[in-house]
Design a protein around this ligand. Structure first.
Ligand code: OFO
Length: 184
């Protein structure tokens, strides 16, 4: 008796997403390593923490595939692309990588909707919400480097930014939690 509750297409797409989350983790790891090498230990710390988050996302997808009776296929993780050329470029790459991931997640949402696989559709909503947060976080990074002077940021401004990111929270505030008394 076949107990797999995932269609072949959805199982494949979920497996691809699982690898994509692992890839996102590698990307954060490689940028963190680049930042640390350049002496930006605060930025590196922030990026290392995010590498872990992506790894956790990978585990969620993996567990979901197994829970639904599918087979999680562990395959080669593509290598991250080239090192950033500057702090600004690093944050731009982080933002782009998050947007790419959102696009992949939206495809899975659509696919599960089209197939009326409501379990997968519901599972993917966690990722839709998470991506709002991750994109906000990446936008905040871009705002910070812009304020610091962008490509022309002084050593002093970069030093302050680096220190700031060492202790920056991992989660961006959500619009859903905003109130008139406590805007975000
Ligand atoms: Fe950056 O996000 Fe995973 O999903």
């Amino acid at each position: 008796m076949d107990t797999n509750r995932l269609s072949k297409t959805i199982e494949e797409a979920l497996n691809a997403q699982m690898t994509k989350e692992a890839h996102a983790s590698q990307i954060y790891l490689s940028y963190a390593s680049w930042a640390s090498d350049k002496g930006f230990d605060g930025i590196a710390n922030f990026l290392f923490r995010h590498a872990n988050e992506e790894r956790n996302h990978m585990m969620k997808v993996l567990e979901y595939i197994l829970e639904r009776g599918g087979k999680a296929k562990i395959v080669t993780i593509p290598a991250p692309d080239a090192d950033p050329t500057s702090v600004q470029n690093c944050f731009e790459k982080v933002f782009q990588s998050e947007v790419d991931n959102t696009t992949a997640i939206y495809k899975l949402v659509k696919m599960s909707h089209d197939e009326q696989d409501w379990a997968t559709w519901n599972f993917m909503q966690w990722f839709v919400k998470e991506q709002i947060e991750e994109e906000t976080l990446a936008m905040n990074l871009l705002n910070k480097i812009k304020i610091a002077g962008g490509e022309k940021a002084s050593g002093e401004a970069l030093y302050a930014l680096d220190r700031d990111l060492e202790s920056a929270p991992d989660d961006a505030p959500s619009a859903e939690d905003a109130t008139a008394a406590n805007p975000i």
